[in-house]
Write a protein that binds this ligand. Sequence first.
Ligand SMILES: Nc1nc2c(ncn2[C@@H]2O[C@H](COP(=O)(O)OP(=O)(O)OP(=O)(O)O)[C@@H](O)[C@H]2O)c(=O)[nH]1
Ligand SMILES: [Mg+2]
Length: 405
Amino acid sequence: MQINYAKKEVSCKLVYYGPGMSGKTTNLEIIHEKVPDQNKGEMTSIATEGDRTLFFDFLPLDLGRVRGMTTKFQLYTVPGQIYYASTRKLVLQGADGVIFVADSQEEKLAENIESFKDLEDNLAEYGVKIDEVPLVIQWNKRDLPTAMDVEELEAKVNTVNAATTTAIAATGEGVLNTLKLAASLVLDRLNAKTPGADMAAPKAEDKKEPKPEVYVAKVNKDGISRSYFNQYCQVQYRLSSKTDSVDDFKKFTLDEKKKLLESLINYVLLLQDAKKRNIQASKAEIDTQINTFTKKLSSGKSLEQYLKDRKLSLDNLRNEATKNIIIGKIIKEVIPNLNARLKIKESEVQNFYSTNQDKFGDKDIDAAKPAVLAAIKNARKRELLSEFYNKLGRETNIQIFHEKL
Ligand SMILES: Nc1nc2c(ncn2[C@@H]2O[C@H](COP(=O)(O)OP(=O)(O)OP(=O)(O)O)[C@@H](O)[C@H]2O)c(=O)[nH]1
Ligand SMILES: [Mg+2]
């Protein structure tokens, strides 16, 4: 909380917390829609993928004069998806109040409980007790058929006896009530904490400017922000992990980060080039890729299970499919005669076998042939791919800021 005594202005941070898809962003959108223009700023959604919040959504609000002070509220949402734990914690920092948006559906009970526990843990790391912070729990999605009884939700999720509201955020019902309740709890707290005469001297610097985005690279006009890059690293790790069990958050060495950044830059170049050539991946093409992928999952595992195990979302997979489709289409355009160049001649097999004989032990050329073919093909693919990326990269302006990784 920041208090500007000279201006009689108080600025509070309210964070909408809760499991993925519970309706946090929807709450902010409704508030943005309903509050008159002069009382609100722009709503910013930082790095969104599909409808999911990847970093946070932000809405500055002016709630007018309350008890002689002008009150400004900064509303934030966190990304609810389980694996953005570090971002969630970061957004929660310095919160003056929390609105926990729970999804009332029976099948979401475990996620609500887990997310509530996650809130408690993260607050504790900032030295804040969950039963002391101004907190409102919103039982959202009351319109859905599997919504649990409020009494049952209270008993199972609201272990701290917090104030609660009900809502159908999608239609706007209950959204402003929830906000008003939370704001009044925050202001009550402010009053209790700062009895007039004891007010500490105002700090010289009262207004905090929003932190500028940190970029790890610039690829022509597109900047790659550090937050986006970090998400990208986690998703690539989850997609490429050899086993289905993955860490919540993987730490990378600087070298690993450099490699990942290179791959992301290549991808951005590819997308820029695809845009110029008007190459796109259609929804049908993406669906086909995902279906093929699902069929290949080991031992008939369902896609849902695969995603859950790897802490991935369907959007992550769709993005990956989009990338593959666009790569396929661009390669065909940029490298003509691709198929001809991928054909391997008998003489090449012999040549490779004789120059790398030590690698094949006592296998004769026929026995070693599959391995030889695979090795040549891989080398060829790498060669084509780097030729391809060089062609794309040649006309570009790439700046890399390794010190920002
Ligand atoms: N039926 C119904 N749907 C809702 C309600 N509130 C939100 N939704 C829908 O739930 C979906 C997810 O809502 P979001 O607001 O994006 O959820 P979120 O909590 O921000 O999700 P993350 O950003 O992934 O953490 C959207 O399709 C909303 O339209 C509600 O009260 N009832
Ligand atoms: Mg969201």
